[in-house]
Design a protein around this ligand. Sequence first.
Ligand SMILES: C[S@@+](CC[C@H](N)C(=O)[O-])C[C@H]1O[C@@H](n2cnc3c(N)ncnc32)[C@H](O)[C@@H]1O
Length: 352
Amino acid sequence: MNVNGEHDQRMESVQAAMAARSAVRSWAEGLELIELVRATHRAGWLKQLRGETTAAELAAAHGTSVKQVSEVLAVLSSANVVRPGDGSSSGDSFRLSPEFDALVAGAAGVEMTVVLDAVELARSQVARAVRPTDQEPGAGIEGAQALVLARDWGLRPTPAARQLIGMLYEALPEFRARLESGGPLLDVGTGVGGALITGLTLFEGLRAVGVESVPEVAAECRRRTEAAGVADRVDIRTTDARALSDESAFSACFWAQPFFSEDVRADTLTVIFRALRPDGLLLVQELFPPGSTQDEPTLRAGLDRLFFTQRHIPFGLSAEELAAEGHAAGFRDARVTDSALGKLVLMRKPDC
Ligand SMILES: C[S@@+](CC[C@H](N)C(=O)[O-])C[C@H]1O[C@@H](n2cnc3c(N)ncnc32)[C@H](O)[C@@H]1O
């Protein structure tokens, strides 16, 4: 290669490295933004920004300079966390955008601290994907980390959540009729009881059993049943679902299948089948629709897939695959329904 050729090659590799550097720097924007949002939330700024507030008011309330507050607000504004206010206060005012206002308010349990904790959990876990398999410290998520995950998925039984879960049952009149006539409902993989507790508040005569293997998560769920005033109609059992010994006791079951690992799925379906009465209904939800996970992989879907597959949880099973799993356990008449919450699969335990 001549001198010019070597020079061109060096220039190309410098440009390539600069391009990669700018990609890394653009990823870092999200990291820094999360830390800024976490800090402003902890310090009470976001709460104050639920109402229209000026930089001067924030600075006075939190002992910071107006200049620094203005710079923070400019960054939060670029990220649509805050927006300029309508100017009713003196000076340049800001308030949370409607989306972040709802998150800071904790609409239906979708809360800022819960979201930030879940993001931190995912961040702390992702590097484990690179460890040699024989150094894997245990694939499951336990204790406080399981609680972070369950809170992130668990709605609170607010009117908005009732509307959402109500829409789900609207799409399933047969399942809904079982709940309306009292169940009993078996809820497997209860988490902090988002679906279960909301259902209990929707159907006043409903009785239920919730099954959750992580003690910290089950304890939080029990606290939430007390807070919602439904504790006398539900039994939250702290156990691995595979240990259930109920026979022909339930008319309906909801299985939070997306969180169950490969090695426990068939046995879990076997105990659900046994626990349902003949003609009992099993409902499962297709959580990560295949279109966004396999056919057109995105960065988000790829990272989610990593998180789940590290825990040996099959990621993004399609409604058809879920129906086949149920069929192998003895369920029949699988029917797939499209709903506002994605595809739902309803299956029946045969009469005889
Ligand atoms: C994230 S929650 C699902 C959301 C929940 N259904 C709700 O509506 O809030 C799933 C739960 O299943 C639990 N789980 C996973 N495998 C289990 C098993 N074998 N037996 C019992 N619970 C299990 C996990 O601990 C987790 O808390």
